[in-house]
Design a protein around this ligand. Structure first.
Ligand code: GAP
Length: 521
């Protein structure tokens, strides 16, 4: 099945099984805003816990914060978001569609890259085992020509973005004959800057009201609380403040389901350090964060780093952790070296000292910051797109069948254990309820007695439940149940008193956290 179709099926599956709904669907929905349903919210909470515990429990010098979404408007002037948090937009006059100019150019770059990869794959098939990829890339004339085109465009694009040169961005689109995907024409408007922050009014009277912004990143709540946390927590450098919360951006083009939303959630950590140590901490957090992702077991080959040449207004260095989504490698998390930019700006705009006194050197200075910034909705999408499988299987009678299964990491699964009495009589529901009452304090359990056992298994596969137990007549005799494993569909007969340890072994958050501590570079 084509990747686009698999992605469409995933979106439909998320709705059908209570993971994600379009916001305000009964009013035809609100573009790029989504709600998490009964299973989605459990998965989301489990992801949050994994991130939070990995920050707070595994790092003695990282503490948490929950700052407000509304902040004093000067915050955003100081942070540079009022003046520089813009995307360049362009309209096609024929289709009346609006695009990000940088997206159009990046898509063109991706097409050139795809052409190169196609040549390489063709040659790999032609030459078989004797294929020398490096030599081929260095000598094949078509590959060289496309690589030169790519590099030339990339250089020009980076320069135009870094210089905020909107006229050249338009010229690039014209020079490279980039057409509107809808109208197919090159009838473009000029490129304009568009600020991504949402504004609203605070206060009850027109005269007394104040224009405020919905935060476009959670980080600023951390910066303005730096001195509060440092002093009240008697924190010594280096130390970190972690926060999970909503952020809002009026994205020009919102696409790919929950990948780019207008209301989303971030999990950010600002690590305050001594100036001069930023390179070392930047590398450190890059590695720690990559290990965190890989420990989920979604396939190491699906991750890569992407170093930014085009930097945000606050960053001196920036790397993305990218994941291979069904629509290609895309950013999931950013690691940014922000220097003393933010604290320095807030010190200037507020007139309050935001310095650290170093008792070892008797010096005061504004700390530098390395941040890790992960989009909760993006990692959610990463996990569900890796976990979604449409499988051909065989029924017990040998007939072909299909099943849709969410092979979620068990520790993150919304429901850990389904408790299924084989029939609704002979005391089996009562025994099942007793097992549920015993285990519900440790695991999210679901009790189901409706429909055939096969249909109940399918429903649990579809929401990613790693374990199903079936209570049958033998249970009444020897206190054993069958346990069915989601991924292999194999079944074992086990004693009821062993269930807790069997399940805990795979779904315990502390096991995952311990694994994190152990993973080497
Ligand atoms: N504090 C730094 C910061 O906000 P960013 O690269 O703009 O940096 C960080 O955003 C992360 O937030 C991204 O890697 C992405 O996962 C997530 N993110 C950003 N914009 C988003 C959007 N419109 N929808 C969903 N997630 C988004």
């Amino acid at each position: 099945m084509a990747k686009e179709d698999v992605f469409k099926n995933l979106i439909a599956h998320c709705k059908e099984y209570g993971f994600i709904f379009q916001s305000s669907e009964i009013y035809d929905g609100l573009s790029a805003v989504y709600d998490y349903g009964q299973n989605g919210v459990e998965l989301k909470n489990n992801i949050k816990k994994y991130w939070w515990d990995s920050m707070i429990l595994l790092n003695e010098n990282v503490v948490g914060l929950d700052s407000a979404i509304f902040m004093h408007p000067k915050t955003w002037k100081a942070s540079g978001h009022v003046d520089a948090f813009n995307d360049p937009l362009i309209d096609n006059k024929d289709s009346k569609k609006r695009y990000r100019a940088d997206d159009l150019i990046e898509e063109h770059l991706e097409k050139l890259e795809a052409k190169i990869e196609k040549e390489v794959e063709k040659a790999r098939k032609r030459f078989g085992d004797s294929f020398d990829e490096k030599l081929f890339r260095e000598t094949n004339t078509r590959v060289i020509a496309n690589k030169e085109k790519y590099d030339e465009l990339d250089r020009r694009f980076v320069k135009a973005m870094n210089n905020n040169d909107l006229a050249d961005l338009k010229q690039i689109i014209l020079d490279y004959e980039i057409v509107c995907p809808i109208s197919g024409t090159r009838n473009w408007t000029d490129v304009r800057q568009f600020n991504l922050m949402f504004a609203t009014e605070m206060g009850s009277t027109a005269e007394g009201s104040m224009k405020i912004f919905l935060r476009p990143e959670t980080a600023q709540g951390i910066f303005v609380n730096y001195i509060n946390v440092q002093k009240t927590g008697r924190m010594k450098l280096p130390f970190g403040i972690a926060q999970i919360g909503k952020a809002f951006r009026n994205e020009i083009v919102a696409r790919q389901f929950i990948f780019r939303m207008r209301e989303f959630e971030q999990m950010e950590m600002q690590y305050f350090i001594k100036p001069g140590t930023e390179e070392e901490w930047f590398e450190y957090w890059k590695n720690v964060r990559m290990k965190w992702h890989k420990a989920l077991g979604l396939g190491d080959e699906n991750y890569r780093f992407f170093d930014h040449e085009k930097l945000a207004h606050y960053a001196r260095a920036a790397t993305d952790i990218e994941f291979k989504f069904p629509f290609g490698f895309r950013e999931v998390e950013g690691i940014h070296s922000r220097t003393d930019f933010d604290l320095g700006q807030h010190q200037k705009f507020s007139g309050k000292k935001l310095q650290y006194f170093d008792p070892e050197t008797n010096e005061s200075f504004v700390p530098y910051v390395v941040e890790t910034s992960l989009g909760l909705d993006r990692i959610f999408l990463q996990i569900i797109s890796a976990a979604f499988h449409e499988e051909e299987i065989k029924k017990e009678n040998g007939e072909a069948d299909t099943r849709v299964v969410f092979k979620l990491p068990p520790v993150l699964a919304p429901v850990k254990l389904a408790i299924l009495p084989l029939v609704k009589k002979d005391g089996l529901p009562e025994i099942s309820r007793k097992i549920m009452n015993d285990l519900k304090y440790d695991f999210n359990c679901q009790y189901e007695e409706k429909d055939s056992i096969g249909r109940r298994y399918r429903r649990q596969d579809a929401i990613g439940t790693p374990y199903c137990i079936t209570i049958d007549h033998q249970t009444t005799e020897d206190n054993t149940v069958t346990i069915r494993y989601r991924d292999s569909m194999e079944q074992d007969r086990v004693r009821v008193d062993k269930l807790r340890s069997i399940i805990a072994d795979k779904v315990d958050m502390s096991s995952l956290l311990k694994k994190l501590d152990k993973i080497e570079d």
